[in-house]
Design a protein around this ligand. Structure first.
Ligand code: GDP
Length: 201
């Protein structure tokens, strides 16, 4: 897919106020600093579409971008547990769960994880949350330039093993990316193109 246009549409803190159109959308989510803004800028070939920064406490907004005038790229804020109840049950922030439970336009999500790190409980829990609600998603292993190829492969294998020993029968679809080496862009865009083409049929 060639990116001909990428426009910022709107930011919202409330899922119910997101654009009321039937344009298919793809959401990108992950813990803060995972490389989400850099990945969004890489795949859209724009330097500053998503704001990169290491600053913690960035405003938590749901950002819609219109790509090639036919699909929405949604930049979601980094997730966190909202609170821990007496029974130790953890919840994700409400505006994030509202987004996933309310957006009929959502076609698929991309959950970003740093390829260098052990599977983090919050990421694994979030994938389970999506799985339980049958929300399609792919994993993106970011910052692949930071590892040698065999270390990367080892980490992905370890991730697979962790998920398959947990709640999963099958490892989710996944991509490997590096924004600094421009890796993964074509694969991710081809994947979205393919789904959009099927939707139009
Ligand atoms: P966000 O908080 O998830 O949006 O993460 P950012 O895109 O702002 O990136 C966080 C930090 O990781 C920044 O210092 C980026 O320069 C760095 N970073 C992001 N992607 C990559 C990558 O693919 N490779 C390397 N080496 N660094 C990256």
């Amino acid at each position: 897919m060639q990116i001909k246009s990428a426009e910022f549409i709107v930011s919202n803190s409330d899922a119910s106020k997101c654009p009321n159109t039937m344009i298919p959308e793809y959401a990108f989510i992950g813990r803060s600093n995972v490389g989400k803004s850099s990945l969004i800028n890489m795949i859209t070939s724009r330097k500053n579409l998503a704001k990169t920064s290491g600053r913690p406490g960035k405003t938590q907004l749901i950002n819609h971008f219109l790509i090639n005038k036919n699909w929405h790229l949604v930049d979601l804020p980094g997730y966190g547990y909202a609170r821990v109840s007496k029974k130790e049950k953890k919840y994700f922030q409400k505006f994030i769960t509202d987004y996933f439970e309310q957006r009929r336009q959502l076609i698929s999500a991309f959950v970003l994880v740093d390829c260098r790190h052990e599977p983090q409980p919050i990421d694994v829990d979030f994938m389970e949350y999506l799985g339980e609600r049958e929300i399609p998603f792919s994993i993106i292993f970011t910052k692949a330039d930071k590892l040698k190829p065999n270390a990367l492969e080892r980490n992905i294998e370890h991730y697979k093993k962790t998920l398959l020993e947990g709640a999963w029968y099958e490892f989710p679809n996944y991509f490997v990316s590096s924004s600094s080496k421009s890796i993964g862009k074509e694969d991710i865009l081809d994947y979205i193109t393919q789904i959009n083409a099927n939707l139009e049929q």
